[in-house]
Write a protein that binds this ligand. Structure first.
Ligand code: NAP
Length: 548
């Protein structure tokens, strides 16, 4: 006999997994629906060669269980995808999560039934599920973007997307591989593919600013020191804009071991002479340039830093014509998510790698044997799309969500996402989103953001139950006030510079409204806002009771 859950959750990535743990602890019945065959979300789907995280693993990990923190060991400072997926699997086993998950089950429609105050989830298995509360734990970068290129379906070779990489090994030896896209995924995959394939053709539209990734193995002494101090570290994460602690190991020495980039400096790049800037680049590395105080709020300073990056590329890439194509020119540092690489520029010094600039020489079509640009035809056995995602709103809009009075989410968001705190939408009672638009989300350490959201949602549901309430939704005015605040804090940042076209702005998807989607005001400020709502019994929401 099946038990009707209190809460339905869509997605068994880290958010869905933690939702099971948390809601069960609170005595609630929870059922998760997951399209994949197992847990892990992003780390389940993004198995492409070179895939790894850009947040240190000792921080990109859950803080809800001290035992979990103590028993898990990370092999590297910044983990590769298989190690993060192992961690997800360990959590699923350790907390017996899989019994609450229906795998191979994709939600096809999510509908609010007004009369019964229930959410109905229809699925591709034919089974429909019902619950009072529904949590969309569908991820921010989970809907792969595949550009609509003429003739793509005619290609006779193998086709892959980095965001949907198969579980089975892909053998590229002796093959001519093409890759479209040079964002974070492409930059990580390109050196690996070049090493495996007979030949690699890189189709680049926009060159990137990339810095060398930290490649250090985890030192036991550093990990032990983190483990000894985890309570302090988790508290520090709560007060950091990006949800990453400023903890520095003392006993295990070696400073900066656990940082993505150099700590922010207090000096301005403009205050240094050109030779001093060059000296810093030579002595402290490219990543140290990212730490200057002025480069994200002063266009002139930004351009000085951009130029140092270009200079570095010219030094690294042997063929000056290839180097020229790799220079980012039309936007500045800070517009897009910072890319990290391993041997990216050296890859273009290999004999088996060709760079095609598709700004200068656009892709006209794909045919049965390869890619046709305006001047060349590139014969390929394999074509890899590293073309990103319909970020933040894609998974929610694809889920066919219908709220009160038959209003669809597509209708509500036709001019861009409107939500309160990235947690709920007016007109969609009892539907919650995890790390949704208007929350720090992708600008924060995801695991910290996920824990905070699931904790908030769980506490909210318990409050409703304890108070005989079974409906909650934000008021239209609190939603609009919040959205206007989200826009205000983003408007003068590098993220929204007129030359900037990023997925944060939806600029990578044709016809997507240009809105800066995540909350740039920082995780602590955001968290405090959420806490104030709960401490004051949800003044920004309408609470109600309808028939069960
Ligand atoms: P992305 O940053 O959106 O990059 C997509 C790439 O595909 C861009 O170079 C884009 O060019 C290109 N592209 C798209 N359509 C094209 C077309 N029709 N013709 C030619 N080129 C086309 O996507 P992503 O690399 O998958 O990364 C997305 C995000 O995922 C990252 O920003 C990051 O947050 C996350 N991620 C993180 C890591 C990590 O932790 N290190 C790794 C991978 C991904 P344009 O720029 O010209 O549009």
């Amino acid at each position: 006999m099946s038990v009707k859950p209190d809460v339905l959750v869509i997605g068994a990535g880290f958010a869905g997994m933690y939702a099971i743990y948390r809601l069960r602890k609170l005595g609630l019945q929870v059922q998760v629906l997951e399209a994949g065959t197992d847990v892990g979300g992003t780390w389940y789907w993004n198995r492409y060669p070179g895939s790894r995280c850009d947040v240190p693993s000792l921080e990109y990990s859950f803080g809800f269980s001290p035992d979990l923190e103590q028993e898990w060991d990370w092999p590297e400072v910044f983990s590769a995808q298989p190690d993060i997926l192992n961690y997800a699997n360990h959590i699923a086993d350790r907390f017996d999560l899989r019994r609450s998950i229906c795998f191979n089950t994709r939600a096809t429609a999510v509908t609010y039934l007004e009369q019964s105050n229930q959410w109905q989830i229809d699925t591709d298995t034919g089974t429909s599920y019902h619950a009072t509360y529904c949590i969309m734990a569908t991820g921010c970068l989970s809907v792969p973007n595949k550009p609509n290129i003429d003739g793509a379906e005619r290609f006779q070779g193998e086709t892959y997307h980095t965001g949907l990489w198969p579980k089975e090994p892909v053998d590229l030896s002796g093959k001519r591989v093409g890759i479209i896209g040079t964002g974070s995924s492409g930059v990580q995959a390109i050196p690996e593919l070049a090493g495996q394939a007979q030949h690699l053709t890189v189709f680049q539209r926009t060159p990137v600013y990339t810095v060398p990734a930290n490649r250090k193995r985890m030192r036991k002494a550093v990990q032990d020191e983190f483990k000894e101090n985890y309570r302090q570290i988790r508290a520090m994460q709560q007060h950091n804009r990006g949800g990453v602690s400023t903890f520095r190991p003392i006993k295990s020495v070696k400073p900066n071991l656990n940082r993505t980039s150099q700590p922010r400096q207090t000096i301005d790049i403009k205050s240094l002479m050109p030779e001093q800037r060059q000296q810093q680049l030579d002595q402290q590395g490219l990543e140290s340039i990212l730490g200057f105080a002025d480069i994200y709020n002063d266009l002139e300073a930004n351009e000085i830093a951009n130029d140092l990056f270009r200079h570095n590329i010219k030094r690294r890439v042997k063929d000056p014509q290839v180097a020229e194509k790799l220079l980012p020119k039309n936007y500045g540092l800070g517009c897009k998510r910072q890319v990290l690489d391993r041997d990216y520029y050296d890859t273009f010094n290999r004999d088996n790698v060709l760079l095609v600039d598709v700004q200068e020489n656009p892709i006209k079509a794909i045919d049965s044997t390869g890619v046709q640009t305006t001047i060349d035809h590139h014969e390929l056995d394999v074509l890899v799309y590293a073309t990103g995602f319909d970020a933040m709103t894609g998974a929610l809009l694809n889920a066919n969500i219908t709220g009160r009075n038959g209003q669809t989410l597509q209708e509500k968001w036709q001019f861009g996402p409107v939500a309160y705190l990235g947690l709920q939408m007016n007109g969609f009672p009892n539907l919650f989103t995890v790390t949704g638009p208007g929350s720090p989300s992708v600008l924060c350490n995801m695991l910290v953001a996920i824990e905070q959201h699931i904790n908030w949602i769980s506490k909210c549901i318990v409050y409703l139950k304890e108070n005989g309430i079974n409906q909650i939704e934000p008021t239209a005015s609190s939603e609009l006030t919040w959205i206007s605040h989200v826009n205000d804090v983003a408007k003068d940042s590098m993220f929204t510079a007129p030359t900037c076209n990023s997925w944060y702005l939806g600029a990578n998807i044709p016809d997507k409204p240009r809105i800066f989607m995540p909350y740039v005001g920082g995780f602590p400020q955001y968290r405090e806002h959420c806490e104030t709502e709960q401490d004051n019994h949800y003044p920004g929401f309408t609470l109600g009771r309808s028939a069960d």
